[in-house]
Design a protein around this ligand. Sequence first.
Ligand SMILES: [Zn+2]
Length: 383
Amino acid sequence: MNKTYIKNIIVILIALVFAVPASIDFLSMHAQEQIADNPHVSDVRMLSYYSPGLKGTASDTELFILDSGKPGGTLLVLGGTHPNESAGMISAISLVENLKVNQGRVIVIPWTNKSGFTHTSPLDGMLDKFDITLADGCTRTFRIGNRLTNPVDQWPDRSFYKGTSGRKLVGTENAEIRNVNRMYYGKADGVLTEKVCYGIFDLIQSEDVNLVMDMHEGSPEFLYLDCTMVNWKQDNSTAMSIASSMALSMQLDGLDMRAEYSGKSSYGLSHRSLGDNTSAMMTLMETYNPSMGPLHGKMDEDLIVNGNEPNYLQAHRDGYVYFDVPENGYPLIQRVARHVTCISYLCQAFSEENPDKAIVLEGIGTYDEIVVKGLEGLLKPVK
Ligand SMILES: [Zn+2]
């Protein structure tokens, strides 16, 4: 065996030392979170039921249906549109595990961009998973993905693309062709991300969904935190009065919240383009996620779960960040409680305005009750 041959083998072996553990780590991101049984879940269906082009792809995703059996309205809840915004997925999972619907129907999608949960954000210093230890001592693991579809599943990003909303993706927006929240209302035979969008669009139409909440989080620099966007369309005054009633109820509970109309040029976003193209009332809410901005410090489970980020607190005190960064951190449980409470008040206000399409929820409690329970009490043990 000559020397070059031996050298090559050594280089390959050294490369494998790094590649094998990295591959095992990345492959583990395909292991989906388990969901605890809830006897009030009446059906579980895949999104490909509404968008057949998703069948067999990494983006086909479960939707959980909780049907009261009593005629009323239908609420659709989207979690995990952006898989790096953990409160969205955790809120959706906590609804699936705890909710009982007493009138109408609720449909929950915890992993809206399922492919996005299988990769991380390169160079962002993000974790790929975090653990929650439950009251009974067992541990549940949750993934932190990327806001875009995995390029392994959808590639290449085009240099120019015009979505069904009319949004033109060019220049720095090229990669947004893999962003579920830029590609509505979607296309049955479009790129993979558009097929996800189309599935949600068709689900809203086929199931006569009346109200939609798309749950998001943002970095502290983002101006729409603690804000609910409401669709801009013909019947916008009723939608805004429902959202404002929700915001007032939250303010009375001591929780900052405001409602704003969807931006006139927010084409491709759920609240704008599903609002424009379906009869459902569209809403999207954002909470502050201290791990998401570029100023974040050490990335660990304390930051993800307890939300302590001294850099942002200092930036706020120095006048560089508008958002009122809480001194004692912004734990994940408070962000989850905020999303769930927002949904609860939205349903109440929607039902008052539309008594024949009432959506009556039970089993989730008030904001304070959720926070006291903690994630360890809110999430259920899985077998
Ligand atoms: Zn988002």
